[in-house]
Design a protein around this ligand. Structure first.
Ligand SMILES: *Cc1c(COP(=O)(O)O)cnc(C)c1O
Length: 367
């Protein structure tokens, strides 16, 4: 190893503006959900999802759960989801009492394979929820068409895809609802938090009710609901980050373009025609001994990396009972091969040089 500093796989950027915003809220004495949350919702709607009504919640997972409940998903229903994603996708379906039906991905986008989706539709299917994994849009042209023709709802797990687009259209504007996570490792953060972008006023109202004990008017609880509110402290951080995320995304895209041009001997992330990738992760495939490759990157070169995700959801002890005996070959292959390299906006030119040199050396060595 060398004396060079370690390059982490991800690095949240929290600056003076965020600190000042939190201080402003703390000094106001009103720290729970209030005016900052309302402003954050309006600003997020305008800047991120073409004006779609947005509801802030306390986590991305809550956003998925409340969105699904508001869309009428419940016991006896099925929702088609990928297995190659963070467990929150399937968890949210299971928490409604519905069954997550795991289908395979296609290898280019790492997102739901439309042919497999169509084959999995039954009379119980209430919806399909693609994940825009790593910040690359899922196959929305095909999925919109299938959902309309087969009469099922389309939902979006856009946790990793703030600002991603397909054919000039923002992700988060295709489905009945879309969830964006605001967890610190995502492309923008509020500390913890999530945003639910809603296609219609009925859905928006339901999510708002479910977020706050089923109340629109104080103590007149209409439905059984949660406390999934965002605080003004978190919203103040998110509002600052929202003004910066476009510049950060451009930096991610520049970093990715440099890696694309200079990496050799590994499979760089494909971008589908018409897609705008926001590189939440820059994910290569390492065809032989991915884990050895990652260990060498860390130990010999001081470079962090991540495997998202090593265990497909249908193999997790928590979610496997929903998928007895299921085989998803592309999902299993991706889980063995993927490796996400640092692409975050804090990387320097020297950091990027080090990443390129290390990956190319290891790939040549057949590590
Ligand atoms: C992060 C993430 C979530 C959950 O978001 P939280 O804010 O952590 O609850 C859901 N789905 C995917 C694909 C994610 O990456």
């Amino acid at each position: 190893m060398t004396d060079r500093t370690f390059i982490p796989a991800a690095k949240p950027i929290i600056g003076d503006d965020e600190r000042a915003a939190v201080d402003r809220v703390l000094r106001s004495g009103m720290v729970a959900q209030g005016p900052e949350v309302a402003e954050f919702e309006r600003e997020f709607a305008d800047r991120m999802v073409a004006g779609r009504r947005s509801v802030a919640v306390n986590s991305g997972t809550s956003g998925l759960h409340l969105g699904l409940l508001a869309a009428g998903v419940g016991p006896g229903d099925e929702v088609i989801v990928p297995s190659f994603t963070f467990a929150a996708t399937g968890n949210a379906v299971a928490l409604t009492g519905a069954t997550p039906v795991f289908v395979d991905i296609e290898p280019e986008t790492f997102s739901l394979d439309p042919v497999a989706v169509e084959a999995a539709i039954t009379e119980r299917t209430k919806g399909v929820m693609p994940v825009h994994l790593y910040g690359h849009p899922a196959r929305m042209r095909e999925l919109v068409e299938i959902a309309e023709r087969r009469g099922i709802q389309l939902f979006e797990d856009a946790a990793q895809a703030h600002g991603a687009e397909l054919d000039g259209r923002r992700v988060g504007t295709f489905g009945r609802f879309a969830m964006f996570s605001l967890y610190p490792t995502k492309n923008m953060t509020s500390g913890e938090g999530g945003m639910v972008a809603c296609a219609d006023a009925d859905l928006e109202r339901s999510v708002r009710l479910l977020r706050n004990q089923g109340m629109e008017r104080q103590y007149e609880n209409e439905v059984v609901g949660f406390n999934a509110r965002m605080t003004d402290i978190h919203a103040a951080i998110g509002r600052v980050q929202l003004t910066k995320v476009d510049a950060w995304t451009e930096q991610r895209r520049d970093n990715a373009a440099l890696l694309d041009a200079r990496l050799t001997g590994v499979v760089v992330p494909p971008v589908a025609p018409g897609a705008r990738h926001v590189y939440h992760q820059y994910t290569i495939r390492v065809l032989e001994d991915r884990d050895g490759f990652a260990a060498a990157l860390r130990d010999e070169h001081g470079i962090g990396s991540g495997v998202y995700y090593p265990i497909p959801n249908h193999r997790l002890p928590s979610l496997a009972p929903y998928a007895p005996g299921l085989e998803l070959p592309e999902t299993e292959r991706a889980a063995r091969e993927v490796l996400s390299l640092p692409v975050h906006p804090s990387l320097s030119a020297a950091d990027l040089d080090r990443i390129v040199d290390a990956v190319n050396a290891l790939a040549t060595a057949g590590a």
